[in-house]
Design a protein around this ligand. Structure first.
Ligand code: FMN
Length: 303
């Protein structure tokens, strides 16, 4: 078994998620509807795919894992995300027909950033964005799969928002300070995330969520959360604390590797039906109505 440091944000996040309990309200409740509006489209579920990259062809199947889960997203009618990749790969993702947000890395070569955003627009991306939590690495600016990253200023981000006329999503927001800058630049959504533990002791996304929600309350910025979201109960807790949607990430990998598109469809279906069951059992018949009055937080045990 791998040695897990106490400072591991993944461990801290999972413990925090599990410290939140749910109180049922059966009387007068009806079977809930999980439909979710996002950027003017109606999706069947507030569950989203993660911005993943570098997934290979599993079990010698002809499509990469990225294409397989994108097809699953289309067939489940949920919003799809992808991360670091070249334009030819992104074109293949768009060809799956999935409504896809392309998260571009903060490349040092700013021409590459702009080229990837422009290409995304040209081939029909549903949205674009950047994972700001990959700017720094242990030796200064990060190097990701051999590619240099660099700083991003408020002005640079505002420039991307203005240039491409697509909804812009900032991924890796974990503080009110960054959330307010996302508001300033005109972002349409943020993903509250520590990117599976980019920094030690990162605040669990669900712990940061209520303060960020409050800071953005006079805006229509959508809030997505990710990190250790494994079940319908995790998604329910995120929505109750103020998120509009939640992305499953590594939790969908076993289904993806084993059964490809069908496996992911089954996994997303299970997470969504568990969410629906909890919504029905707590008296919330639609996603937008879920609130935190049904949550009980027990003291979080130390990792
Ligand atoms: C194999 C893999 C590749 C990833 N690639 C990217 C990426 O290119 N861009 C990005 O923003 N996040 C990337 N992520 C981070 C995920 O989008 C997500 O934020 C993170 O895994 C936390 O969610 P989880 O705990 O549900 O896995 C990647 C994660 C994994 C496991």
């Amino acid at each position: 078994m791998d040695y897990i440091r106490e400072s591991d944000a993944n461990v801290i996040t999972k413990k925090y998620l599990d410290s939140i309990l749910i109180e049922p309200r059966y009387i007068d409740s009806k079977v809930a509807d999980t439909k979710t509006e996002f950027f003017g489209e109606v999706f069947d579920s507030p569950v989203m795919t993660p911005a993943f990259s570098h997934l290979k062809n599993y079990n010698n199947r002809p499509l990469t894992g990225l294409e397989e889960y994108s097809i699953a997203a289309k067939e489940c009618n949920i919003l799809n995300f992808v991360g670091m990749m070249e334009n030819d790969q992104f074109e293949k993702i768009v060809r799956t027909g999935a409504k896809t947000v392309r998260i571009v890395k903060p490349y040092k070569d700013n021409g590459k950033v702009k080229d990837q955003f422009a290409f995304a627009k040209e081939v029909g991306a549903f949205g674009i964005g950047m994972d700001i939590d990959h700017i720094f690495g242990e030796k200064g600016y990060d190097v990701v799969v051999g590619e240099d990253m660099t700083f991003q200023t408020t002005e640079m981000l505002a420039g991307y928002v203005q240039a491409y006329d697509l909804p812009f999503v900032v991924k890796g927001v974990l503080s009110v300070a960054d959330a307010l800058k996302c508001k300033e630049i005109g972002a349409k959504a943020i993903i509250i995330s520590h990117h599976h533990g980019r920094i030690p002791y990162a605040v669990p996304p669900l712990m940061a969520l209520p303060k960020i929600k409050e800071a953005l309350k006079d805006t229509d910025i959508k809030i997505i959360v990710d990190c250790s979201i494994d079940s319908g109960a995790d998604v329910f807790k995120a929505l109750a604390l103020g998120a509009d949607a939640a992305a499953v990430g590594r939790s969908m990998m076993p289904s993806l590797e084993k059964d490809g598109t069908e496996g992911v469809k089954e996994f997303i279906g299970k997470v969504t039906s568990d969410l629906k069951y909890l919504m029905s059992s707590t008296g919330f018949d639609s996603v937008s109505k879920i609130d935190s009055s049904v949550l009980v937080t027990v003291s979080c045990p130390s990792p």
